[in-house]
Design a protein around this ligand. Structure first.
Ligand SMILES: [Zn+2]
Length: 119
């Protein structure tokens, strides 16, 4: 399962980066672009498994889905697309290969408790 390995690598990254931080990880917030190839539902499902017996055990996961934005050269503007099936300007219908946003898969924010680390 693709999302489980992604979830595990996020947990590993955070475990490494937060090694010196006291406190418990409460919530991890991710940006997931609609073109990232990651299914948010599957990632949520995999999250608890990936966090089990790690520093992040019990941490919540919040996913913000980032819509696809393309740049239209005819309009000279960035346009947010309603879906991912057609990379065309939704205003003038010009096809465009220029993707400005929507491929993200990144950790946006981590919320920690103050105090004791996880046992
Ligand atoms: Zn356009």
């Amino acid at each position: 399962m693709h999302e489980l390995s992604i979830a595990k690598s996020i947990v590993e990254t955070l475990t490494r980066e937060l090694a010196a931080e006291p406190g418990r990880v409460l919530v991890v917030r991710l940006d997931v672009g609609r073109l990232s190839g990651v299914v948010p539902e599957a990632l949520r499902f995999a999250w608890d498994v990936a966090c089990g017996r790690s520093r992040l055990e019990g941490a919540g996961l919040e996913i913000r889905e980032i819509p696809v934005t393309v740049h239209c050269e005819r309009c000279e503007a960035d346009r947010e697309l309603p879906g991912i099936d057609r990379l065309r300007c939704p205003v003038c219908n010009e096809p465009t290969p220029i993707i400005v946003a929507g491929r993200e898969l990144q950790i946006r924010d981590v919320e920690m408790s103050v105090g004791k680390p996880n046992p």
